[in-house]
Ligand binder design. Structure first.
Ligand code: AMP
Ligand code: ZN
Length: 112
């Protein structure tokens, strides 16, 4: 299986890593859509949010704890957006579950 985000976790592909621990990795999005745009991913391969189950739901605790921590470090106290794209209509292009954290300016709301 050739997963781009697994390769980033394994440092086979370089990225701008902002945070990592044993479960979670945070790195800058290659094509930022806002002044701050980072991706928060589980180190273990989970293809999408719809692959979450009783076996791995606990990763969400680690992910959201990490988002809280990095949002403070990235000075996002005025607010930010967390996005998970799922599937074709959701615009998911990388099949390794990831949460976009976008901020640093007033965001619009036009998902369609
Ligand atoms: P999504 O469209 O929700 O699947 O988001 C995938 C995101 O991954 C996009 O915002 C891409 O810009 C980003 N991306 C793809 N390849 C890389 C990479 N090598 N390093 C950092 N971000 C990437
Ligand atoms: Zn993967």
């Amino acid at each position: 299986m050739d997963c781009i985000f697994c390769n980033i976790v394994e440092k086979k592909i370089s990225s701008e890593i902002l945070y990592e621990d044993d479960k979670v990795l945070v790195f800058k999005d290659l094509e930022p859509k806002a002044p701050v745009h980072v991706l928060v991913i589980p180190k273990v391969h989970i293809a999408s949010a719809m692959e979450l189950s009783e076996d791995n739901y606990e990763i969400l605790t680690s992910i959201f704890k990490t988002i809280k921590k990095i949002s403070a470090e990235l000075n996002l106290k005025d607010g930010f957006r967390i996005i998970n794209n799922y599937g074709k209509f959701g615009g998911q292009t990388v099949n390794h579950m990831h949460f976009h954290v976008l901020g640093g300016c007033q965001l619009g709301w036009n998902p369609a």
